[in-house]
Design a protein around this ligand. Structure first.
Ligand code: NDP
Length: 512
């Protein structure tokens, strides 16, 4: 067991009482995956503690919702400033808990700030009350639509981007007027705790954003609480199914952001240097522990050799422990090793191999001609490895890219914007980048999420705001329609006849 004193970075804000210790006796340690050193020690919060947090969140949610959009915007922009002022401290903490380089942690935080800014500034425009057209038959009505807060939103987060990913739900849900109970991954609890502490500097009155720490059971207790009105989950497809089963008990809706097996397509007219550069970064950055990381590469025959030359040259300059950090989750090393063993047995090694695994670090591995039905091509690896395959043309590349149970992101490199856009639209995924990798994640107005085994629902953008709100529709009768009182037992045959004539006029003409 660790000791809080071993974690100088974790400060407890005095703005709010620290509820975390109230119900717990046991703690767990978060470790630096590169060194094994203890970064911090945190309570394993019991189901009782979680339920108390949800109870507090329910009250806080009512207060936060009543505050109104203008004041919420002001508070969230203030929170953005507080996070910015603590950027270096947070980057250091992310670095310690995940092992990723401080530069990458800083980039993660900067992206988070742009999303927080967008959510705060756009919530009122996207969700606020507006009049909508009523149509000819509703001529005597005035109709309005608005999106109201849900109440308490539970966010269950991952460790690979411990700020950017959960804040994709937290920022948008807060902007939509909800209170948050956040359960960070057991590998990155410290940064999760700090996010909530810093929020209390901007919103000291009520615990609108709380973090509960613990292992899987803590998350399970949170998802099962009937007062939670939505669960935003990021993690593996298998755990998403378990969380969904728990949510089914209370009909709690869920947004599930699961893994991916993203494809990278290089067309004949691509800028091959730029493509190789982007492919390598997309696959190896963060040691491949990116849900929208590049895992499968399809290159058209005409440029295959040239592309591989560019890729092979560049990969020699990339090493684990230098350009990227260790594998954060110890258990993941075995999965990566199994995929590398499988790929190298069945395919032709371009770079690395089984010896690239020197836990907790894994050097880049590139293997070509791996059968499409092998685990290395079908299952999420979540490591710095790629399989590369030659295809007849872009169409065949697209068919292979789409033959996956996952459907999260993807990339297309081509100089022909129209052709690339056509391919992107046909790619079976939630997001596609053209001539860059992962660029969609940095555009706050674009929704982020997948299909199939990659999950459902969306974070980010207007869809991400609406994900954490419920539409409220109101129709007000302005005057009684003369001779057309249709919703009354006094309705007569003449009124029905007029209705049929009107409908025939409006909808009865066939389009040939
Ligand atoms: P999990 O899906 O197991 O965990 C994700 C989150 O869910 C964590 O906060 C975890 O808590 C929590 N959790 C675990 N069990 C439950 C439960 N029964 N009810 C509620 N919450 C629960 O992912 P892992 O971290 O174990 O990683 C496994 C694989 O998932 C990786 O190899 C990778 O392929 C994929 N993954 C994908 C991510 C993405 O960005 N899409 C992110 C992370 C992982 P705790 O950590 O305390 O167990």
């Amino acid at each position: 067991m660790g000791n809080v004193a071993t974690c100088p970075l974790i400060l407890v804000s005095d703005a709010l009482p620290d509820y975390r210790d109230a119900m717990t006796t046991l703690t767990f340690d978060s470790l630096n995956p590169a060194t094994g050193e203890i970064v911090g020690s945190h309570p394993k919060q019991t189901p009782d503690a979680v339920h108390q947090a949800v109870g507090r969140a329910e009250e806080a949610a009512a207060w936060w919702a009543a505050l109104g959009p203008a004041e919420r915007r002001r508070r969230l922009l203030d929170y953005k400033a507080v996070l910015t002022q603590h950027l270096r401290e947070l980057a250091e903490l992310i670095h310690q808990e995940t092992g990723k380089p401080v530069g990458d942690a800083t980039l993660e935080l900067v992206l988070t700030l742009t999303h927080l800014d967008w959510a705060a500034r756009n919530a009122q425009k996207v969700l606020g009350r507006r009049r909508v057209a009523t149509g000819m038959i509703g001529l005597n009505l005035a109709a309005t639509l608005e999106y109201l807060p849900l109440g308490v939103v539970a966010v269950i987060g991952p460790w690979n981007y411990p700020v950017f990913t959960p804040m994709g739900s937290i920022a948008y849900a807060l902007a939509a007027g909800n209170a948050i109970v956040f359960k960070p991954s057991e590998l990155t609890p410290g940064v999760g705790v700090r996010l909530a502490e810093l929020f209390a500097e901007s919103v000291p009155e009520h615990p609108v954003f709380q973090t509960v720490t613990g292992l899987g059971e803590t998350g399970a207790a949170l998802a099962a609480d009937p007062r939670v009105k939505k669960v935003a989950f990021t993690g593996s497809t298998a755990t998403a199914k378990r969380v969904m089963a728990a949510c089914a008990e209370n009909l709690t809706p869920i947004v599930a952001e699961c893994g991916g097996k993203d494809a990278f397509i290089v067309d004949a007219d691509a800028d091959l240097g730029a493509a190789a550069d982007a492919c390598l970064w997309g696959a190896m950055a963060n040691a491949g522990q990116t849900c929208v990381g590049v895992e499968r590469v399809y290159v058209v025959d005409a440029v295959y050799e040239s592309f591989m030359r560019e890729l092979s040259e560049r990969v020699t300059k990339v090493k684990a422990g230098e350009q990227y950090g260790p594998i954060t989750m110890p258990g993941q090393v075995e999965i990566i090793k199994r995929h590398i063993d499988d790929a190298t047995k069945a395919g032709k090694v371009i770079t690395g191999g089984p010896d690239s695994v020197r836990a907790p670090f894994v050097d880049p591995v590139i293997v070509e001609d791996v059968p499409e039905d092998s685990p290395a091509v079908r299952e999420e690896t979540f490591g710095p490895t790629i399989t590369v395959r030659r295809t007849r043309d872009a169409q065949e590349a697209l068919s292979l890219a789409n033959a996956s149970t996952y459907g999260l992101g993807g990339t297309i490199f081509s100089r022909n914007a129209r052709r690339a856009t056509e391919l992107a639209r046909l790619m079976r995924s939630g997001m596609t980048a053209i001539n860059s990798v992962i660029s969609f994640a940095g555009v706050p107005s674009l929704p982020f999420g997948g299909i199939g085994d990659s999950g459902f629902g969306r974070i980010h953008g207007a869809d991400g705001l609406r994900e954490f709100a419920r539409p409220k529709a109101i129709a007000r009768q302005r005057f009684a329609m003369p001779g057309m009182n249709l919703t009354s037992f006094n309705r007569g045959p003449a009124e029905l006849e007029r209705l049929v004539r009107l409908v025939t006029f409006l909808h009865g003409r066939r389009k040939r």
